[in-house]
Write a protein that binds this ligand. Structure first.
Ligand code: DAH
Length: 337
């Protein structure tokens, strides 16, 4: 049996060295160390030895098992590193990697996010409404008479069923008041549509951000300070506002807001419309609600509407509004964030 042991050891070591890949090496391991392999088989055969012979043979057997196991491990490590080296062949790890292109948010999205953030700090919450609107929400409820030029086919996109693409986000004022009781303090950013000839300052789709605050005792002073605070948040603490009397059907009195700031080149620029909600608007809302939640004797409110694209143009001194929709990366990459 001892001779068997020596033969097995030298064969096992020779086959281990000869194994050309990990799979061949595994069959060598199974052949000698596996459950019915040669070494366990000899271990089994020890039973037939005399009591005196057994310990010596047991020790020899252990030495062989240790030597074969060690040789298998060494060969496995060598074969693994050969395999890794082969898979890296032809690869130069010192070459520079591929640069991953990282996009940025569109400048209008950045500006809208910032506007929302400022108005949220002032207690306004987001409100929403559909782009496809009824004539009632877009005009009648906003106290716009049937013969008003904005209601013209030439100014507004009408659908065959009589609905239209909203020409202003003021529609969201109506939708929110119809659904919720005062007090109410909302902002509604979103797209608007007009049949304008597209040029450097007009698009047929543009963006507004609308604000509405209704409660008891809301005053023109509240309107002025809210608009001022918002404008300072956007253009800097030195920004000043000027309210110029104007007319909107849904506010009385109504104003246009001019802004002057160093960031805008120090010139007065027209930026928004605003005013105190006309009692007639509250009455239209009450009619639909069937209550007097918006009793004009009890509640007052202010509203404002900023053109987001116009804000972006003024802020970044853009010469042409169309830059905002052309998706030219050379332009967009100038607004990293
Ligand atoms: N909706 C107006 C427009 O598109 C802007 C506007 C003016 C909104 C006065 C208002 C407002 O909420 O009170 O020109």
């Amino acid at each position: 049996m001892e001779a068997d042991l020596n033969r097995i050891q030298s064969e096992a070591l020779a086959e281990t060295h000869a194994a050309g890949d990990l799979r061949a090496l595994e069959s060598v391991r199974v052949k000698y160390l596996g459950r019915s392999g040669d070494i366990p088989r000899l271990s089994e055969g020890m039973k037939s030895l005399s009591k005196e012979e057994r310990p010596r043979f047991g020790r020899l057997l252990n030495e062989v098992r240790t030597a074969v196991t060690a040789a298998l491990d060494v060969r496995a490590a060598a074969l693994e590193s050969e395999r890794d080296a082969a898979s890296l062949a032809g690869l130069d790890p010192t070459l520079p990697g591929n640069h991953a292109f990282r996009g940025t948010l569109h400048p209008l999205t950045q500006l809208q996010d910032r506007a929302i953030q400022i108005l949220r700090h002032m207690g306004f919450v987001l409100a929403d409404g559909p782009d496809i609107e009824t004539e009632w929400h877009c005009f009648d409820a906003l106290n716009t008479p049937p013969d008003h030029p904005a209601r013209n086919e030439g100014d507004t996109f009408y659908l065959p069923d009589g609905r239209l693409l909203r020409s202003q986000t003021s529609t969201v004022q109506i939708r929110t008041m119809c659904a919720q009781r005062p007090p109410l303090r909302i902002i509604a950013p979103g797209a608007c549509y007009r049949r304008d000839e597209v040029d450097a300052t007009h698009l047929s789709q543009f963006n507004q951000i609308e604000g509405l605050y209704v409660d008891e005792n809301v005053s023109l002073a509240d309107l002025k300070s809210a608009v001022e605070m918002f404008v300072r948040g956007i253009f800097g603490e030195d920004a000043e506002i000027r309210l110029r009397p104007h007319f909107f059907p849904f506010t009385e009195p109504s104003y246009e807001v001019d802004v002057r700031a160093a960031a805008l080149g120090g010139k007065w620029l027209e930026m928004a419309g605003c005013g105190m909600v006309d009692p007639a608007v509250f009455e239209r809302v009450n009619e639909v609600r069937g209550d007097d939640a918006y009793d004009p004797e009890r509640v007052t409110g202010f509203a404002f509407g900023f053109g987001l694209d116009r804000l972006a143009m003024c802020m970044s001194a853009l010469p042409d509004i169309r830059l905002l929709i052309e998706n030219d990366l050379r332009f967009l990459a100038q607004f990293p964030r």
